[in-house]
Write a protein that binds this ligand. Structure first.
Ligand SMILES: NC(=O)c1ccc[n+]([C@@H]2O[C@H](COP(=O)([O-])OP(=O)(O)OC[C@H]3O[C@@H](n4cnc5c(N)ncnc54)[C@H](OP(=O)(O)O)[C@@H]3O)[C@@H](O)[C@H]2O)c1
Length: 322
């Protein structure tokens, strides 16, 4: 079957290790189901994998991809949950110390077929398109948990999203505005800020710009480049929810004094549970949210989508059709 996979690790030139070519079919195993994928989404995680972050060379070749939607052997339309818990684990899969994401230990979704634990399949609401369903498993699920499980915000509160163009950032804006939150964004690019306003943000600011008032929560995936601004932007008692560090995880200043003096909450957030993915899919269908899609590419041309993400010139999700 056709697949996009990591053949080699290169920390500085991730695209050099990407191959789009034939791979063996997934092996049947008890308790697992093989899904025929219709669409799959790209995440920054896939680029990190090609750089060797979370994917050691001794596991190669590895099919990439955490997002996917397709049809199970009984003809049911399903969305794939990417967090694979260890056998016998009960409860929130993201808290299992032995969990992995698809494409870290087991082959991922950038392929014609993928095998996953049967319990990782979530029903796809019939009115979601394949492209929409393929956006939800990672960036959108992460955004859902950040906002609705971890931030402690309620309709009417103001939430700052650091970054405007990324998959997580656009998901945060679309989910938050649909839920009655006032969403503000920052961006290095004025045009991306303007697009964020078009999809539901209330206002956009330049990266690092002083805000007209403090916010109730900050959604942080940029990391070092925006950390001090995130801490400075919060109301006393506010929360910064951190789910990524695209620009690095060593900020020039940790801001410990401001964190304790303003009694801020710093909350780590990773992916979401299977039940959160099911609720996210229902919410997107009920609210008729159309996830912003940067570009759609046939799987055979997956390299084009990877190149767009590596260049950083992205607004919304990159989707591959199978
Ligand atoms: N914890 C989890 O479960 C989880 C899940 C998904 C993603 N993540 C992480 O979250 C981050 C974003 O993921 P994504 O898929 O949304 O990635 P992406 O599509 O590549 O987005 C990158 C984002 O970073 C922003 N950015 C701002 N300043 C930056 C800088 N100095 N350097 C680079 N980027 C900067 C960009 O905003 P502008 O271009 O508008 O400035 C954009 O919104 C990644 O680090 C990813 O690994 C974590």
């Amino acid at each position: 079957m056709l697949a996009a996979y990591a053949a080699r690790i290169d920390a500085t030139d991730p695209l050099s290790g990407l191959e789009v070519a034939e791979r063996p079919e997934p092996q049947a195993r008890p308790g697992w189901t093989t899904v025929s994928l219709r669409a799959a989404g790209l995440n920054h995680h896939d680029v990190w994998s090609l750089r060797g972050v979370g994917l050691p060379a001794d596991r190669l070749p590895m099919i990439l991809g955490c997002d996917g939607a397709g049809v199970d052997p009984d003809g049911n339309e399903v969305i794939v949950h990417a967090v694979v818990a260890s056998p016998g684990w009960g409860g929130d899969e993201t808290l299992d110390p032995k969990r992995s994401l698809l494409s870290e230990v087991h082959d991922g979704t950038l392929a014609e077929r993928v095998a996953v634990p049967t319990s990782n399949l979530v029903p796809k609401p019939s009115d979601l398109s394949w492209e929409t369903a393929a956006c939800l498993s990672t960036a959108w699920l992460t955004a859902y948990r950040m906002l609705f499980t971890n931030a402690g915000v309620t309709p009417g509160d103001t939430v700052l999203v650091q970054g405007a163009g990324g998959g997580v950032a656009t998901a945060l804006v679309q989910l938050g505005s649909a839920a009655g939150l006032r969403m503000w964004v920052t961006s290095r690019d004025e045009a991306k800020g303007a697009k964020a306003v078009e999809i539901g943000a209330d206002r956009a600011f330049a990266s690092g710009e002083r805000l007209p008032e403090r916010v109730d929560a900050v959604m942080e995936t940029v990391g070092a480049a925006t950390w001090s601004h995130s801490v400075n932007s919060l109301n006393p008692g506010g929360a910064v929810v951190i789910a990524g560090a695209t620009s690095g995880d060593a900020p020039a200043k940790a801001e410990l004094t401001k964190i304790f003096f303003k009694q801020l909450r710093v909350i780590g957030s990773t992916m979401g549970s299977r039940s959160e993915l099911e609720r996210l899919a229902k919410f997107v269908a009920q609210q008729q949210i159309q996830p912003v899609i940067d570009s759609v590419h046939p799987l055979a041309q997956a390299r084009d989508g990877f190149a767009r993400m590596v260049d950083g010139d992205v607004f919304g999700k990159i989707v591959f059709t199978v």
